[in-house]
Structure formats: C-alpha cells, structure tokens
Design a protein around this ligand. Structure first.
Ligand code: GLC
Length: 578
C-alpha cells in the first residue's frame, strides 16, 4: 500500500497521523533523587521516545501546584512547579522534542484552579472583579434539607445536594468569605465560574501564552464540566453521582468551547483533545470539528465503562466482569459516529490496560501486544500511556497507607462512613482492580530497587514485578512487547489505510474474536484479534481475501490465510488484502 495519492489534502492532518505518548511526570523519571519524576528526567529519555517512534508527547500538568491532586490543582498557570524543575528545563524539553520532529501537548485544566491560585485568594476576599470568579453561594437552612454536610455553620448545609467526583459533598464552607464554594473535584479544586466573561478572557490569555511559547496543543481536562445549570438546583438524589445532570454537558458548554476555538485555538496549528468523562457519543460528536465546537477529538468513555455497573461510584462489585461483544459494540459505535476518534484504553486515571482488558499473568505479553494491535489499527489517533509499551501491570496495594490518590481515598472514606465496609481489607481487592494509583507507580526502567526511576525513595511504591518487567529487559529482547509496539507504530506510519481507512466490524456476535477491516479506496487491511485465553477458530469473516499477506502478528508464524485458521490465545494478526 503506497501513500494514498488521492487522499484529499484537506483530510490530512498531522495529529491524525500521530501516535501520542502520555507522560505522568511524577512517575516517569527522576533525575535528582528526590523520589519525584521531573522534566530533566524526561529530557534524558527523549531518545528513548524517538526509538519507540511516537510523534506527540502529552505531558500531564507540570505547572506550579500544591499537589492536592498531583498537579491538576494549578496555583499558577505560567510557572513550573519546583519538584519538576524550571521553565528553562521545560524549554529544553520542548526544544529536544522539536529537534527530533516530535511535538508537545499539555493539560489545560480550566474547569477549576487550586484554592491557592491568586484568583481564588482574591475571590474569597471578595476583591474587585474576582468576586464572582468562582461559584459562591449562601448555605441552605439545615432544617428543611434532606442531605447533610459536615462543615459550615450549625444551622446550614451546603447550597445543594451535589456530590463531588472525589467523594463527599461538592461544596465547602469558606470561613473567610462566610459562604460556600463549589468543587466538583477535591475541596482544594474550586470550580471557575465560566458564566463570568472575565474568567473566560483570563483563561484565553493563559492558553495564548502557552501557544506563543511554542506548544503544539492541549489535552483539555474535564472540559465537559465547564457549564452548570443556571441557579445550581438540586440533583436527582437517586443518581450515582448526585448533581451530575447539572454539571456534565451543561447548557452553555458548546458556546464556551466555540469561544475558545474562535478567539484563540483556531489561530494556531494546535491539536486539541477534550476529556469528556460523562459525555455521550452524540455529545462528543457535536464537539468535534470546525463545524462543531472546534475540538479535534474527544476522550469519550463509553467503552471504558464496559466493566462498570449501576451500583455506586466504583460500579459493579465483580472486578473484571465484561463482555467482548459489548466492548465491540461500544467501540464500533464511536468509530462510526465520531468524525475522528481518540483511541485509548488507559491513562493516568484508570488501571493498567493489561490487567483490566488482558491477562496480566499467563498471557501478559500476548494480551499486551493484542491490545497494542487494537489501539494502533483503529481509526483515530492512538494514545499510549507510559509503561504500557513494556506491558506494566497493576500493583498490590496492601495497606491504605500505600495509596496516594485522593479519589481512591475519598471513595474508601465514603464506603467506611456509609458502613458499607469495615476496614480497608474489605475493599482491597477492588482497589487492586480499580485505583488510579496503578497507572501512577513509577515507570520500570530496570530491575533495581528504585526501578531505575529514582535513586531515592519513590513517592509511590514501585511494582514488585520490576525485575521481570522493565525497559532494560524489553529493549534487549527482540520479541518483547516494546519491540512489537515499535514495529506496529512503524507499520501505521507507512500505511495510510491504517490511519485514514474506513472501519467495518466483522463477526459482531463472536465472543472471542474482534475482527475488522480498514478500507481506503482500493487498499484494504484486515485485523483479527483473538481477545481470549482460549484458541479461537476464524469462521465466516465474509471478506474477499484471495491472497492475504500477514503484515504483522504477535506470535511467530501467523496463519497465512485468516479464514478457517485457529488463532492462539490473545493472538493478533494484521493482514493486507488484495
Ligand atoms: C481529570 C484528570 C484527573 C483529575 C481531574 C481533576 O479527570 O484526568 O486526573 O483528577 O480531571 O482535574
């Protein structure tokens, strides 16, 4: 397959052809032995990233922050937090990436700031234009409320019944101002009041400042939460997350996104990916494209909820309970409906993909490479989360004290308070399936006690399997997960059909096989994945495949003809069809 000549120039975009690699800086590489990853540590690994073949680095927040939520609580948008280095270090990183033809995108966290941000400090004092920068309200009389809140004056409860995503109420009382403020996340992450045009002007100023410094785009954090229902009314008390109908995809969201695009983003060649944790596929579709709200793509989470149930913040009680047929349906709906998809099964907020969607024990390498095949051959921009390229797995958090994540801790506290559990031990299995900290254990560069991540005491425990699973071993072994990722990235770079080709699902009812074609004019690829730990016979693909050519597979000697073949556990093959 050659580079397709007739592919309209207008349809091409660098961010469609790119493979993105996500770095969670605290956990990536520590250059100074303080146990926390840092920017010079990333600079040391730029060659590594180039060898892997990725094109864009998404760097999670490195801005100045008190780290109540590891940088997602920004104190100053225009400076770098000390633990990560200096602005000069950041400039060096940008230069090193650009010199190798790679690009850098960063998190834009503007649903909320840190409570230590200057805007909030001035707002709580009621100072000038800052007075209305956040959602301030009087409390509700306790006597006629059917919910409770711990802080605040004795005769008051929070202004409404909304839950925080991190557990507990979405409101805290501020002594200084004598009012309550809204925080959809942690109490130290007050939500900005986007109805206020001065807030929007200031946010646009921050975006412009970074674009002028040369960054190549943004991952827009919690961007579906910017607009809240006018008056902030009570939410349905029976909802799993009370109030979310009033803050997820609120009435003015599209107007705000459009304004960011028209006034700032459209003036730059910048890529944008919006995180929309609660948006439907339809809502995500509306946000995408210049004739939508201007986002290039969206992290939409339907497929990530395939293992979530109805009952409670962490969903279904049975860890790991999900059906391949359902995953296929959810993924395929997005492939059909979204102008361009963001392809992901992991990030810094979810467990390790091989532990969740594969088999992190017997078939770790096979399932990690099968998942890689899936991510790199669907239609959209693939996102690789740090460590996935060596098949890193979930850790075992034996004690509550080993956990750092405020969401995990908040949820455990809620469960304890509700009497649903008696001790950490009752929820340990679930934490070990679901916690955000699994993604945050340090990257395993080698088998040393600090995993080559640090010479000091790591801020979060290193996974015990570091001597078996690490970069040093992976690089030395041509058959490793790492080398498979590299080969697949190379293949995707060479084959337009894998980037731009139309997606068609085959065998939708098959409970083991995930099979699909990608078609671009007369070029065609067939991808067959046995997403199970048992052998699977391929039958009834129904594609014309005279002389298929196996381009890449995760076992030696993949079947030369897909139809009628028997695939081994977690076997994945990419064919070219003639
Ligand atoms: C997003 C981030 C998550 C963070 C939250 C609040 O969901 O991905 O890590 O905690 O927003 O900023």
């Amino acid at each position: 397959m050659s580079r397709s000549e007739s592919l309209e120039r207008a349809d091409r975009a660098w961010w469609k052809e790119a493979v993105v690699y996500q770095i969670y800086p605290r956990s990536f590489n520590d250059s100074d032995g303080d146990g926390v990853g840092d920017i010079p540590g990333i600079v040391e690994k730029v060659d590594y990233l180039e060898w892997l073949g990725v094109d864009v680095i998404w760097l999670c927040p490195v801005y100045d922050s008190p780290n109540r939520d590891n940088g997602y609580d920004i104190r100053d948008y225009r400076s770098i937090q000390d633990a990560f280095g200096t602005m000069a270090d950041w400039e060096e990183l940008l230069e090193a990436l650009h010199a190798r033809g790679m690009r850098l995108i960063m998190d834009l966290v503007v649903n909320h700031t840190s409570s230590e941000h200057e805007w909030f400090r001035r707002s709580r004092r009621g100072e000038g234009k800052y007075e209305g920068y956040y959602h301030w309200k009087e409390g509700h009389p306790a006597a006629d409320a059917d919910y409770e809140t711990a802080d605040g004056p004795a005769d008051e409860v929070a202004p409404n019944n909304w839950d925080s995503i991190f557990g507990g109420p979405a409101w805290s009382y501020d002594e200084e101002r004598g009012q309550w403020y809204l925080h959809i996340f942690d109490a130290h992450q007050p939500d900005l009041n986007w109805r206020n045009p001065d807030v929007r002007a200031d946010v646009k100023g921050e975006i412009e400042w970074w674009l002028e410094k040369g960054i190549d785009g943004f991952r827009m954090d919690a961007i579906d939460l910017l607009s809240k229902t006018e008056g902030l009314p009570d939410g349905d008390p029976d909802d799993a997350l009370v109030g979310s109908e009033h803050y997820s995809h609120g009435p003015r969201l599209r107007e705000y996104l459009r304004e960011l695009y028209d006034d700032v983003l459209s003036n730059y060649d910048a890529m944008t990916v919006g995180e929309m944790g609660m948006a439907s596929v339809e809502e995500a579709a509306d946000s995408i494209g210049a004739d939508g709200d201007g986002l290039d793509m969206v992290f939409q989470f339907d497929h990530m909820n395939v293992d979530a149930g109805e009952n409670g913040p962490w969903g279904r009680a049975e860890p790991g309970d999900w059906e391949l047929t359902e995953l296929k349906e959810l993924v395929s709906r997005k492939q059909r409906r979204l102008e361009w998809d963001a392809l992901f099964l992991s990030n810094h907020d979810v467990p390790r993909l091989v532990s969740r969607f594969g088999d992190d024990d017997r078939y770790r390498a096979e399932s990690a490479t099968l998942i890689a095949t899936f991510l790199l051959t669907m239609r959209g921009t693939p996102y690789i989360y740090q460590g996935d390229e060596i098949g890193m797995t979930n850790a075992d958090f034996r004690r509550r004290e080993e956990i750092d994540d405020p969401q995990t801790l908040g949820t455990i506290d809620d469960l304890l308070e509700a009497g649903a559990i008696d001790s950490y031990e009752d929820v340990r299995e679930f934490v070990n399936y679901r916690s955000r900290d699994h993604a945050r254990t340090p990257v395993q560069w080698n088998g040393a006690s600090g995993a080559g991540f640090t010479d000091g005491e790591p801020w979060l425990k290193v996974n015990e399997n570091r001597s078996r699973i690490n970069v040093e071993r992976a690089l030395a072994d041509e058959d490793s997960v790492w080398h498979y990722y590299r080969r697949l990235i190379e293949l995707r770079d060479a084959e337009d059909v894998l980037v731009y080709g139309e997606y068609d699902l085959l065998l939708p009812e098959d409970e083991q096989l995930f099979a699909y074609t990608r078609t671009l004019e007369d070029e065609r690829a067939l991808i067959v994945l046995n997403w199970s730990a048992e052998p699977a016979v391929v039958d009834g693909l129904g594609v014309d495949a005279d002389d298929p050519d196996a381009l890449v597979g995760n076992y030696d000697d993949p079947p030369t003809a897909p139809e009628g073949s028997e695939l081994r556990p977690y076997e994945a093959v990419v064919y070219r069809l003639r």
